[in-house]
Ligand binder design. Structure first.
Ligand code: ZN
Length: 255
């Protein structure tokens, strides 16, 4: 809410005419939605990097307003690129389309809460290495907003106290993390942290192999380079045999 003191109109006006008025009835209409959300994040001292989730700071119905704001800014980008968005039938709706794509598709993992995943207790007391993958992952790099398309493998070493999750839930959780502007090294860590928190396994191994279109489409234009990242936790870190077993199984699946 913005308060503004209205100065007296003329020196002969009585001082009490100086009144304090609300900037407007709603208190903050006209303030861009992104500014309101950013203020909440700053007040809560929460980080809002490109690959952070900010769902708890976005209220019901605000995504539509945010999307309108982004569309307006994207239209400005097209105009600055000297593209005639008024007469070019191909780009007339591009700003709106891209804003929708960002907010509701490719970056929705920033704005939506985590998918609901039911964890169930390990009643069978499974303690064998489980491997899930390859899961296709799609993202965009934080540096250029160019696509990243890759494959993800997850190795889990449960203990009797671990929670288990359904196979399809790994896909949904990974997609939630990847549907943000990402950096592959940070994405694998975020996926590991999320699974660690949900499942509390003895060991966790994450391997991601991805094509980065910012390498293929621009820059060095190297279309064959892939980036591979891994995170090993718990028993995968301590037990070289377990780590070898996991990596050998991946290679077999890859062959
Ligand atoms: Zn890039």
């Amino acid at each position: 809410m913005t308060l503004r003191a209205v100065p007296p109109k003329s020196p002969d006006q009585p001082a009490e005419a100086a009144e304090v008025v609300l900037a407007n009835a709603a208190g903050d209409a006209g303030v861009p939605m992104s500014v309101k959300i950013r203020e909440r994040l700053l007040a809560a001292r929460r980080r809002f990097h490109a690959n952070d989730n900010i769902a708890e700071f976005v209220r019901e119905g605000e995504i539509a307003a945010l999307q309108d704001e982004v569309a307006g800014k994207l239209l400005g980008v097209l105009q600055s690129l000297v593209i005639d968005t008024d007469n070019d039938h191909n780009t007339r709706e591009t700003a709106r389309r891209v804003a929708k794509m960002y907010l509701q598709e490719v970056f929705k993992g920033r704005y939506e809460p985590a998918p609901s995943v039911t964890e169930f207790p390990n009643v069978e007391r499974l303690n064998e290495l489980m491997i899930v993958g390859p899961i296709t992952v799609r993202s965009a790099c934080s540096h250029h907003l160019c696509p990243i398309i890759g494959r993800l493998w997850i190795g889990v070493m449960p203990n009797e106290h671990s929670n288990l999750i359904g196979l399809s839930k790994y896909v949904r959780l990974a997609d939630w993390i990847m549907s943000r502007p990402q950096i592959q090294e940070e994405a694998v860590t975020q996926i590991a942290d999320l699974l660690q928190e949900r499942m509390s396994p003895d060991g966790l191994a994450i391997v991601m192999e991805a094509d980065h279109f910012c390498m293929a489409w621009r820059g060095v234009k190297d279309i064959d380079s892939k980036m591979v990242n891994s995170v090993m936790r718990g028993s995968f870190l301590k037990d070289p045999n377990l780590r070898r077993e996991f990596l050998a199984l991946l290679q077999k699946k890859n062959a």
